[in-house]
Design a protein around this ligand. Structure first.
Ligand SMILES: *[C@@H]1O[C@H](CO)[C@@H](O)[C@H](O)[C@H]1NC(C)=O
Ligand SMILES: *[C@@H]1O[C@H](CO)[C@@H](O)[C@H](O)[C@H]1NC(C)=O
Ligand SMILES: *[C@@H]1O[C@H](CO)[C@@H](O)[C@H](O)[C@H]1NC(C)=O
Ligand SMILES: *[C@@H]1O[C@H](CO)[C@@H](O)[C@H](O)[C@H]1NC(C)=O
Ligand SMILES: *[C@@H]1O[C@H](CO)[C@@H](O)[C@H](O)[C@H]1NC(C)=O
Length: 187
């Protein structure tokens, strides 16, 4: 009676290797680097031709790659080298840039990072809310404005135009809106 040569993926027979395995033969297994043994390290060839306990498996150690870099931003785990499932990293943006999307991503059980990645946007976010004026329709509900863009306001009920004062704001190079002058005044 012989047992089949024990085949272990991502690993090898460490001790007891032989051309023919007869009943009573013992082997031990070891995994290739980056893999962990699942099952028994040892097995014995049984009189019925089976290995007992069953030949183990070598599973890759699950890790996520380094978290992706994003333009104009960084994540807060630069010094870590190993990222395992469940770990969370948080992104933030360079000064003057705004983070769009979720700041956090996590390492999934399948060894990849959750998506989507956040994004760091230049330009300006939504223009300021003013007590005396509101954005005209075309600029409402927009969250991103490139540098140099201009938005226009109209006076709220109870306010009238202050002649000669511009009703527009401009997205400046430093990603802030130009100062809102009092272009509407109380009636
Ligand atoms: C194989 O291992 C078993 C259990 O550990 C032991 O009883 C047996 O003597 C070993 N066989 C050989 C040939 O070393
Ligand atoms: C990431 O942010 C979450 C939620 O804000 C926080 O609980 C967690 O501690 C942060 N993780 C790191 C590594 O800073
Ligand atoms: C992560 O990997 C799994 C298995 O390879 C795949 O099905 C899934 O789509 C991947 N998810 C992402 C966010 O890439
Ligand atoms: C301005 O007002 C809108 C709606 O009233 C609100 O959703 C938004 O958060 C406000 N923005 C600021 C900067 O206060
Ligand atoms: C942005 O630039 C304008 C004009 O140069 C300046 O008045 C304002 O203080 C700056 N804002 C910030 C936050 O640096």
């Amino acid at each position: 009676i012989t047992c089949p040569s024990p085949e272990i993926r991502n690993g090898e027979v460490a001790e007891g290797q032989s051309a023919v395995y007869r009943a009573g033969a013992n082997v031990t297994f070891q995994c290739h680097p980056g893999h962990v043994l699942q099952g028994s390290r040892e097995a014995e060839c049984q009189p019925d031709g089976r290995w007992v306990p069953a030949v183990p498996a070598c599973q890759p150690v699950l890790e996520c790659p380094s978290p992706p870099n994003i333009d104009k931003g960084n994540h807060n785990s630069q010094d870590l080298e190993v990222f395992t499932p469940g770990m969370v990293v948080n992104y933030s943006c360079d000064p003057g840039y705004r983070l769009l999307g979720e700041a956090s991503i996590y390492c999934s059980d399948s060894g990849n990072w959750s998506l989507p990645l956040p994004r760091c946007a230049g330009g300006c976010g939504a223009p300021p809310n003013l007590t005396f004026a509101e954005l005209t329709e075309e600029y409402k509900n927009r969250m991103e404005f490139p540098v140099g863009d201009t938005v226009r306001y109209s006076c709220r009920p109870g306010y009238v135009r202050h002649p000669g004062v511009s009703r527009t704001l401009t997205c400046l190079k430093n990603h802030t809106w130009s100062e809102a002058l009092a272009f509407c005044k109380s009636e």
